[in-house]
Design a protein around this ligand. Structure first.
Ligand code: GLY
Length: 386
């Protein structure tokens, strides 16, 4: 490999790759990131809900533990990042209200409430009238809701920008190019060759390529992570000053089986998401996607049709077979994974940075990350004793 070596090379400069690089560099490792546009990726589209409680799903109680571990880190994480970079992250401890628009939605929310209570989580059932007292812009027909004061939000674009700055200030080197192929030397990951032909050597390589993680050439088939793209279309609107505060917290609902959420930022941006589509690498914004989001958001908050629509965009969530991330070593020496965060990439950023830094400095896998090693998928076995 070339002389351009580092202790750690992170493939992918989205928020997961950046937090891994920042934390590794903080621990004294010479760290590099390879990505054509660091700070891009799915975080450019994501709404940034930190929704460990309202996005709880049956069968995902193990993931809940990791989500909560990361949610607990957020206040200190955000303060540290802002302290280092001087950048506001749009971190807003505003809480979330999940509402029901009809009897079916209400039954669904009641079940979610029961699951939250069994899981020891804090949420409060409100009548429709109580929901509207909290959020007067809600439709008069709202039948009830769950108030979750612990589910907050952050602006993922600002988070990504701050992580780029934090990496720069901590000495992380950026190679602004695509990683074309993993180099394996004597059975060990040794770096990558970029599209422009540069050879970047490293003692350890972290594959943090989001939905692209399953496609890197040179990675043995039985090591490639089983990650697939799951398309999400998201809208951005602006709340003019005369309508503020339009909403004071994140408002969400399940409408006709699909999730719709409205995330109000302090700067007047209102993010409306998201579709969930298994369409491969397609990132087209479709009339149907925009229509469905606006239709459902309008049922929830009729006044939304008055607001300027400022952006429509589609991104790709890195989905894994069990909706949980893959964190840790693979059976290929020197190659670690930090990918497959699916719906929870923004929420899981702080804990992912800590877990990966611990592993990269030779530490034990932290307790909360043990269920999420690549070992749980048959095609990606970890040889601890090899
Ligand atoms: N976590 C929100 C989404 O993936 O749409």
């Amino acid at each position: 490999m070339s002389s351009r070596t580092s202790d750690v090379l992170v493939i992918g400069g989205g928020i997961i790759g950046l937090v891994t690089a920042w934390r590794a560099a903080q621990r004294g490792l010479a760290t590099a990131v390879v990505d054509p546009a660091p700070g891009g990726g799915a975080a450019r589209v994501a709404a940034g809900m930190l929704a460990a409680v309202t996005e709880l799903h049956y069968g995902e109680q193990t993931l809940l533990g990791l989500n909560l571990a990361s949610a607990r880190r957020y206040p200190d994480f955000a303060a540290e990042l802002t302290g280092l970079t001087g950048q506001d992250l749009g971190y807003r401890r505003c809480g979330t209200l999940a509402v029901a628009l009809d009897a079916d939605d209400r039954a669904h929310l009641r079940e979610l409430h029961a699951l939250q209570q069994q899981s020891g989580l804090e949420s409060e059932w409100l009548s429709g009238r109580e929901c509207r007292r909290l959020e007067p812009m809600l439709a008069p027909g709202v039948r009830g809701g769950l108030r979750v004061d612990g589910d907050h939000q952050i602006d993922p674009r600002r988070l990504a920008a701050a992580l780029v700055t934090a990496c720069e200030r901590t000495g992380v080197v950026f190679h602004r190019d695509w990683a074309e192929r993993l180099e394996v030397v004597r059975g060990r990951a040794a770096g990558v060759v970029t599209r422009a032909g540069a050879a970047l050597g490293a003692g350890q390589v972290v594959l943090a390529g989001g939905s692209l993680s399953g496609r890197l050439a040179g990675v043995p088939d039985d090591v490639l992570p089983p990650v697939r793209p799951v398309k999400g279309q998201v809208l951005r609107l602006t709340v003019p000053a005369r309508y503020a505060p339009f909403l004071s917290r994140t408002v969400r609902a399940v409408v006709r089986g699909g999730n719709v959420y409205l995330v109000p930022r302090e700067n007047g941006e209102l993010v409306v998401g998201a579709t969930s589509e298994e369409l491969g690498w397609d990132t087209t914004v479709t009339a149907g996607g925009v229509y469905e989001l606006l239709r459902d958001a309008h049922e929830l908050v009729p006044g939304i049709t008055e607001l300027p629509l400022t952006e429509t965009r589609a991104g790709l969530r890195p989905g894994s077979p069990d909706n949980a991330p893959l964190l840790g070593p693979t059976r290929l020496d020197g190659l670690l994974l930090a990918t497959g965060h699916y719906r929870n990439g923004v929420l899981l950023t702080p804990v992912t940075g800590d877990v990966m830094a611990q592993l990269l400095t030779g530490g034990e896998l932290p307790e909360e990350a043990r269920p999420f090693t690549p070992r749980r998928f048959g095609t990606v076995l970890v040889e601890q004793t090899a």
